[in-house]
Design a protein around this ligand. Structure first.
Ligand SMILES: NC(=O)c1ccc[n+]([C@@H]2O[C@H](COP(=O)([O-])OP(=O)(O)OC[C@H]3O[C@@H](n4cnc5c(N)ncnc54)[C@H](O)[C@@H]3O)[C@@H](O)[C@H]2O)c1
Length: 311
């Protein structure tokens, strides 16, 4: 069992903590104040209940997992005795640099400091660190306790040992580790996700179809296959002659927009940010938002159960 410190108790922090505790690690989660910690604790407990209700874990495990986790607003307390640190504070370079300065003052030189940044480059994040060789990027996906992928990315100064120890820990957490050979913005997952998001915006802005039909073309089409075969395996199954021929005439027609599309920009200007404000591309009354999120969690649990049966 490893002692893990999670710095940040928000959306990602508490669900990464849950994931670690589920795999048997002892976890301390740092949050900024009592309110932050209360929200995190409530989120943590609700997630545990949902996991139990869907048969992922037993009632006994709910208790055991909860007992492995301590919430604290003291950075010192969170890091004391930690053997591995995962930072999950807001996506702000200056803030993260400030946190690393404090962490380097509290943790021994060989303790790995990992960041959950969504797309900031590890070399830039590690700038100013005394021991950048122990810095690494571990990109968990939301919700971290239900999505298996964790991308691991090293910066220019990251040690090979740091990468390998991180991969071992991520695998002990029963996650699907993907170790990149080099750093680049967006890593792998977000580059692929945003290539599709750019094209979806271009289709919507050009009036090719309704937003519902654009989404349906994914969820009822390629989305049905993607849980089983990624884009390269899919091409092998379809026939590379066909995929080459299509690439040859289609690539030059795909969107190459360098900035977010007009519909997205106008929604942003109006403060319509999606479920968190009640509207975005779609309208999101509370009940609808909860229903869709619940449906997504159920599907994620379904796939997770399949993964567990294979183990
Ligand atoms: N939300 C996602 O879908 C998602 C997915 C993958 C990666 N990430 C990345 O994970 C990181 C955390 O994102 P999040 O969505 O959990 O953010 P969040 O805003 O939900 O939570 C951030 C947490 O950081 C802590 N914090 C806030 N201000 C702080 C400060 N000044 N000093 C120290 N701690 C502070 C608090 O505990 C807060 O709850 C970001 O780098 C983000 O890009 C987010």
């Amino acid at each position: 069992m490893k002692k893990i410190a999670i710095i940040g108790a928000g959306t990602m922090g508490h669900s990464i903590g849950l994931s670690a505790a589920w795999s048997g690690q002892s976890v301390k989660i740092f949050g900024v104040d009592a309110r932050d910690l209360e929200t995190a604790q409530k989120g943590f407990e609700a997630k545990l209940r949902l996991m139990a209700a869907n048969g992922l874990i037993s009632d006994e495990q709910v208790k055991e997992i909860a007992e492995r986790v301590v919430f604290t607003n003291s950075l010192e307390e969170a890091v004391k005795e930690a053997e591995f640190i995962i930072e999950a504070v807001p996506e702000n370079m200056e803030l993260k640099h400030n946190i690393y300065r404090q962490l380097e003052g509290l943790a021994a030189n060989d303790i790995i400091i990992a960041s959950n940044s969504s797309g900031l480059m590890p070399t830039a994040l590690a700038e100013g660190m005394k021991h950048p060789e122990r810095f690494v990027l571990t990109h968990f996906w939301n919700p971290a306790h239900l999505v298996p992928l964790v991308e691991i990315v090293g910066g220019e100064k990251t040690d090979e040992k740091t990468l390998q120890q991180t991969k071992t820990l991520i695998e002990q957490m029963k996650k699907q580790a993907v170790l990149l050979n080099k750093e680049l913005p967006g890593f792998i997952g977000n580059r692929l996700q945003f290539a599709m998001f750019r094209e979806a915006q271009a289709l919507l802005d050009a009036g090719v179809a309704t937003k519902e039909d654009i989404d349906a073309a994914v969820t009822y089409g390629i989305g049905r296959r993607l849980p089983v075969t990624g884009p390269l395996q899919t091409a092998d199954l379809g026939g590379l002659d066909i995929f080459h021929a299509i690439s040859d005439y289609l690539f030059e027609d795909l969107s190459t927009d360098q900035k977010p599309g007009p519909t997205l920009s106008s929604l942003l200007e109006k403060g319509e940010l999606g479920t968190k404000t009640g509207s975005g591309f779609y309208q999101w009354p509370q009940a609808q938002s909860e229903a869709v999120q619940g449906k997504r969690e159920e599907a994620l649990i379904h796939f997770l159960k399949q993964d567990m049966e294979k183990q």
